[in-house]
Design a protein around this ligand. Structure first.
Ligand SMILES: NC(=O)c1ccc[n+]([C@@H]2O[C@H](COP(=O)([O-])OP(=O)(O)OC[C@H]3O[C@@H](n4cnc5c(N)ncnc54)[C@H](OP(=O)(O)O)[C@@H]3O)[C@@H](O)[C@H]2O)c1
Length: 337
């Protein structure tokens, strides 16, 4: 193919302004591989990318999408350990919502047998972020209580599954019965409504008064504020995202009283999206994290990601579903070129 179909952002704004176009193949540079994209992960951040509100601002026109699953079509010089035809997932700067993409080899991860390509699009960033945040930053320990907000969403569901695998007692919050049932079916020990007013009492009740040891928060706002009131001594609160629309302000007096740490976590720094591009520096650590995620799924210790699939033609419905809070698990676009 000298060109391929891709969803293109030609000017910054609402995601409904994206359009499917034919895009010319980019030449392959040293150290890169070309992928046939079969499936692409859709996350809340797509809206931020196409409106120009994300910390990364791709040059226009560009194709959004940062998580891809597919096969390697071509390998440039200077790439070790990857070969044509191999099934892989990749973390991209952008470009996953197209039938092909070119990516540096540092953020391409071979899929072991036993990990299905269809659900794998959630793995390189959604699961990489979650595992790294819980292991590197919160240092979650077996037996600790992990409170997960947005637990039926992409990152939240990953935190339920990974937290359970790491031996935590998982309390999930989600906004509907169906979402809470999904969290329970995927490893949560308890599921509570995403109701900030009732959260603190309910969590303390479940913890015998002590509170949660670790909070995984991709939602922010009132839920973060309420979580501060139901954490245990020495708790670690992971600031992951602001899907609820408001970044919470932290009252430092509450942190002092219980020796609580609030920890920001930005996976982007490790995959080349930071102020300096550090993807090569962090590639061994990130590959180790993604490798642990893949191994846990391949050998059955962790269930595969929960995914909700849309054919490429229904890209608008896929993004709308994510943004309207209707998604169950990770929304995936099936390109199947
Ligand atoms: N820190 C990092 O390195 C990193 C990496 C990737 C993504 N993120 C961020 O993490 C956040 C979650 O991403 P995601 O891909 O998991 O999103 P997602 O799949 O859309 O899930 C977000 C969840 O947030 C809850 N929510 C509460 N208020 C909402 C609102 N007004 N609109 C939409 N959802 C709302 C929803 O659950 P309920 O309906 O149950 O409340 C939803 O399931 C985003 O802010 C994203 O930018 C951060």
């Amino acid at each position: 193919m000298s060109d391929y179909r891709a969803l293109v952002c030609s000017r910054l704004g609402h995601w409904s302004g994206l359009a499917v176009e034919r895009v010319a193949r980019a030449p392959l540079q040293r150290g890169q591989v070309r992928l046939r994209v079969r499936h692409a992960g859709v996350g809340f951040a797509v809206s931020l990318f196409v409106s120009g509100q994300y910390q990364r601002k791709p040059p226009l026109p560009f194709t959004p999408g940062t998580e891809a699953a597919g096969e390697i079509l071509e390998v440039a010089a200077g790439v070790d350990g990857l070969r044509v035809g191999q099934r892989v997932v990749a973390a991209l700067d952008w470009g996953a919502f197209g039938e092909e993409v070119v990516v540096g080899a540092e953020t391409v991860y071979p899929l072991p047998d036993g990990v299905a390509l269809g659900s794998a699009a959630a793995l390189p960033i959604t699961y990489g972020t979650t595992w790294a945040a819980l292991e590197w930053r919160a240092r979650l320990q077996p037996g600790e209580t992990l409170l997960v907000h947005g637990a039926s969403g992409g990152l939240g569901m990953a935190a339920v599954q990974i937290g359970r695998l790491m031996g935590a007692r998982v309390i999930a919050t989600a906004s509907s019965d169906g979402k809470r049932a999904l969290a329970l079916a995927n490893g949560a020990h308890h599921a509570l409504p995403a109701d900030a007013g009732a959260l603190a009492a309910a969590v303390k009740d479940l913890c015998g008064g002590a509170g949660a040891d670790v909070v995984f928060d991709p939602v922010g706002g009132d839920l973060f504020d309420a979580s501060l009131r139901c954490v245990a001594n020495h708790a670690r609160m992971l600031v992951i995202g602001f899907a609820g629309g408001r970044a919470a302000q932290v009252p430092s007096n509450l942190l002092l009283v219980k020796n609580v740490s609030v920890i920001g976590f930005n996976y982007g720094q490790y995959i080349g999206w930071g102020l300096r591009d550090e993807r090569k520096l962090h590639a061994p650590a990130v590959q180790a994290v993604v490798g642990q995620v893949l191994a846990a799924i391949a050998d059955g210790r962790m269930p595969p990601p929960v995914t909700q699939h849309f054919p490429f033609e229904r890209w608008l419905e896929a993004i709308d579903t994510t943004m309207a809070r209707r998604s169950l698990g990770k929304v995936v676009l099936d390109l199947e070129a």
